[in-house]
Design a protein around this ligand. Structure first.
Ligand SMILES: [Zn+2]
Length: 319
């Protein structure tokens, strides 16, 4: 299998790359499918994301104007999430950690009950093809919102989420503000993740990992500025779930060939390759592997090693 992946990359055979098992550990359900699928569903074209957006603000301005108005409802969420699972299966993703924002419960008259039913059905429908591991998504801006916090606590008790993730403006709340929620998630056996170091620096990453006892970091590329923090992440076996195209399009990284994932990897930090928001960034996991190879960031052997490591300890069906 490994030889096949190496050969598929070095002969630029995208069909063969797609056929080999991969993980996607950083994907948001709300924007998780390809733009074409949403256009077909809506029956009209949508404006594509520009190749460069100015950070999270730029992305939210684009998504808020051109995408969210069509999708911010139960039908929109359910279409995109189900379509995202089909996209992932077609791409050879066998382990899929897709996050559902806690505010999605508001799309259902019966709140979390309805959301839970939808997620459980989705997992069940595709269980022979993909290990879909629903993730609880909690925006930092909700940390001060009592209702959202109560909902998130209740969501953990339901036992349908395998992991928890924190995102939104990195400065919107301190790690301490969500510490009780994370302790509860840890006690429930969930994997702990948070978006940090996408825009912020190495010390913020160390502080959040330390405070929240994170298992993995979404992005975390800011760690590349500090040899000491990279060494610390490597020593503590903290994996960074990196989304290369997202970083380039949000202008954190000027171009793929200069992506700090190389420095992180060379420093012994565990990295994985993921999509973030397929609807906006347009690159599947297979595309991302291919792009990294073509840009000369990694050799095919190194990418195969990254692919293997990201599947490590996960259960999935080999097709
Ligand atoms: Zn993300």
């Amino acid at each position: 299998m490994a030889l096949e992946f190496i050969e598929a990359l070095s002969t630029d055979n995208l069909t063969a790359i797609k056929a080999i098992p991969k993980a996607d550990l950083h994907c948001h359900a709300f924007f998780g499918t390809r733009l074409e699928n949403v256009e077909r569903w809506l029956g009209h074209p949508l404006k594509k994301a520009p190749p460069k957006m100015s950070g999270l603000e730029g992305m939210l301005a684009y998504a808020g104007k051109f995408l969210a108005p069509h999708l911010r409802c139960r039908r929109g969420l359910e279409f995109v999430a189900a379509s995202a699972v089909r996209d992932a299966i077609r791409d050879g993703v066998v382990v899929f950690e897709m996050s559902f924002d806690i505010r999605c419960a508001g799309f259902y008259a019966d709140g979390l009950t309805g959301l839970r039913l939808f997620i459980e059905n989705l997992v069940d429908c595709h269980k022979m093809e993909i290990n879909l591991r629903p993730e609880l998504g909690f925006p930092r801006t909700s940390a001060a919102n009592r209702e959202d916090m109560d909902l998130a606590n209740h969501a953990i008790e339901l036992g349908i989420f395998h992991s928890i993730d924190l995102y939104d403006d990195e400065t919107a709340c301190s790690p301490e503000a969500v510490k009780p929620l994370y302790t509860k998630a840890r006690d429930a056996g969930m994997k702990l993740k948070a978006h940090i170091g996408e825009f912020g620096g190495a010390e913020e990453i160390r502080h959040a990992v330390d405070t929240l006892e994170l298992d993995e970091v979404q992005h975390g590329i800011g760690a590349a500025e500090s040899t000491e923090v990279m060494r610390w992440l490597a020593k503590n076996d903290i994996q960074l779930n990196v989304c290369p195209t997202s970083n380039v399009m949000l202008d954190v990284v000027p171009e793929l060939s200069a992506h700090p994932i190389r420095v992180l990897y060379d420093s012994g930090v565990r990295v994985s390759v993921n999509t973030d928001d397929l609807l906006i960034f347009g690159q599947s996991v297979s595309d991302e592997y291919r792009n990294l190879y073509r840009a000369g960031v990694f050799t095919a052997q190194e990418l195969d090693e990254i692919r293997h490591a990201s599947l490590r300890g996960q259960s999935y069906h080999e097709n």
